[in-house]
Design a protein around this ligand. Structure first.
Ligand SMILES: Cc1cc2nc3c(=O)[nH]c(=O)nc-3n(C[C@H](O)[C@H](O)[C@H](O)COP(=O)(O)O)c2cc1C
Ligand SMILES: [Mn+2]
Length: 489
């Protein structure tokens, strides 16, 4: 990989012309909202944004948003070809590369840049960093939004990295929000049931591969995201044994917090605007979540706090989920031995993960339903629509997908509602009253829908001809009528 840390990656972004420096923006909703404007309303490719000279903070204490907000940045981060960075091409390249990866465990080193400064005891003050408050209705500032929460499974000893938002409680306490079913929640519950203290580390200012593996659902339970990151990087991730937690912490991160959760210690968390554009846990009410007591903060000189701004899509991290989910779904279909899959895309206006399209060459009856049903279960935590289209439809082109949906499906037969699938407490169509039993959260399920937008193979010989110009006519026309068409197409 051509970069070792975030700073190296930033240099490459700058050389490419995809970096924007902004000075003078406030930590209180200004930085995040500027990013929201760019990502919701701006033109592609959208820049990574570094904020410096944040009022109340020393020059050099920066934040960075949009690390992987363009297809070129994703391609560069994952070691993919950079000549064609069309979204579907990048997803396709990632699918082919990800199939061949072999895990590489992390390598321990005695020290690294993150140890340039360490605060402990009275010196601990998490607010020494320009931590944003992200949305106008958020109550608190969030330290962890583009980061890894590092925990060890007490049974197997495997080390998990996951992006679970981390709220500032006060200068030496944080709150952890790991929803049901995510690996960090499973691990937390094990310590809590045994009434044991859980060591935890939070690393931010990550290089892009560590961020990629931490926030996507692709790494299975029991496999360390460190090993997955090593596979992508082609070399072990350098880690230091955290002096206060015993956990392996990334040597090249910008900031690492070491801390612990005491059994039974909770604190009010939220509200926080989420990835699908809503305050969806219990609306604007707070929810008790595990408290983290900070034991030590390690950081580089002039640290860069990396951030994500969840918002109404399209937002700053939708694109990377489109690429990751597309490849993950395709590999899962393949692992079932299913033939004929031509392409997969997860639409970013579907919040990333909630509107997924698979194109297939139909090879047998029921093929589309088989594909759709399996694909519908990824991502595991929450799902909505999976649309299966034929191979003449580009799954990333919503115009084409909609055309197939409205013309090729017999609606009474080809929309399949699968009830009782897993969902979690941030489902936006379940009212708050149904999420609670007294003051206890209920376990929830919800339906997922498979739309088979493929023509029925059983009368293939009679399919209505398509009134679409042939590729030959197109090529001839574009050539002959260049003078009329140039600038119009
Ligand atoms: C910006 C961002 C914020 C996220 N916040 C949370 C969160 O607060 N809680 C959570 O459970 N998952 C959150 N996720 C999703 C998890 O990171 C994702 O499910 C990941 O797979 C978790 O790792 P795991 O599979 O090891 O559990 C977030 C993802 C992103 C990109
Ligand atoms: Mn995991």
């Amino acid at each position: 990989m051509s970069y070792i840390d975030l700073r190296d990656f930033i240099k490459a972004i700058e050389n490419r012309g995809e970096l924007k420096y902004v000075t003078g923006a406030n930590w209180d909703v200004e930085m995040s909202s500027i990013v929201e404007l760019i990502y919701h309303e701006g033109k592609h490719p959208k820049p990574a944004v570094i904020f410096d000279e944040i009022p109340g903070y020393p020059r050099g204490y920066c934040t960075m948003f949009g690390m992987l907000g363009s297809t070129w940045r994703i391609a560069r981060a994952l070691g993919l070809p950079e000549d064609n960075v069309e979204p579907l091409k990048v997803a396709d390249n990632w699918y082919h590369r990800s199939k061949k990866l072999q895990p590489i465990p992390p390598g321990f080193v005695s020290s690294g840049p993150v140890m340039e400064n360490t605060d402990t005891g009275e010196k601990i003050n998490i607010l020494r960093f320009p931590i944003p408050r992200f949305h106008e209705l958020d109550r608190s500032r969030y330290f962890g939004t583009l980061h890894a929460v590092i925990q060890k499974d007490p049974d197997s000893g495997y080390v998990n990295l996951g992006t679970y938002r981390v709220m500032v409680v006060d200068k030496n306490h944080l709150a952890l929000h790991a929803t049901w079913g995510v690996h960090g929640n499973i691990i937390y519950n094990k310590y809590a049931e045994r009434k044991q203290v859980m060591p935890v580390a939070i690393a931010t200012g990550l290089e892009p591969v560590l961020w990629w593996v931490s926030c996507h659902m692709d790494t299975p339970w029991g496999m360390s995201e460190y090993d997955d990151a090593g596979a992508i990087k082609g070399a072990p991730v350098e880690v230091i044994e955290g002096p206060y937690s015993g956990l392996p912490i990334p040597a090249w991160a910008e900031i690492v917090v070491e801390g612990e959760c005491q059994p039974g210690e909770y604190v009010d968390e939220g509200p926080f605007g989420e990835w699908h554009g809503y305050y969806a846990n219990r609306g604007l009410a707070t929810v008790p979540e595990p408290l983290i007591r900070i034991k030590a903060v390690h950081y580089r000189t002039n640290p860069i706090l990396t951030c994500s701004q969840p918002a109404v899509p399209p937002h700053v991290f939708n694109l990377q989920f489109s690429v990751s989910d597309a490849a993950a779904i395709r590999r899962r279909l393949e692992s079932y031995g299913i033939p004929g899959v031509k392409g997969v895309w997860s639409h970013y206006s579907g919040s990333g993960g909630l509107f997924n399209v698979v194109s297939i060459q139909q090879l047998y009856s029921g093929h589309a339903v088989q594909v759709g049903t399996i694909a519908s279960q990824y991502p595991a935590h929450m799902g909505a629509y999976t649309v299966v289209v034929e191979e003449d439809i580009d799954p990333s082109n919503l115009d084409q997908v909609l055309w197939a949906m409205v013309t090729r499906a017999r609606l009474d037969r080809q929309i399949h509602i699968i009830p009782n699938c897993h969902t979690n407490n941030v489902h936006t169509a379940i009212p708050p009253s149904e999420k609670m039993a007294g003051n206890k959260q209920k376990l929830l399920t919800a339906a997922r829908v498979v739309i088979d937008a493929c023509r029925d193979l059983s009368w293939k010989d009679e399919w209505y001809p398509i009134a679409r110009m042939s590729p030959e006519l197109r090529t001839r026309l574009v050539d002959k009528w260049k003078s009329v068409l140039s600038g119009l197409l």
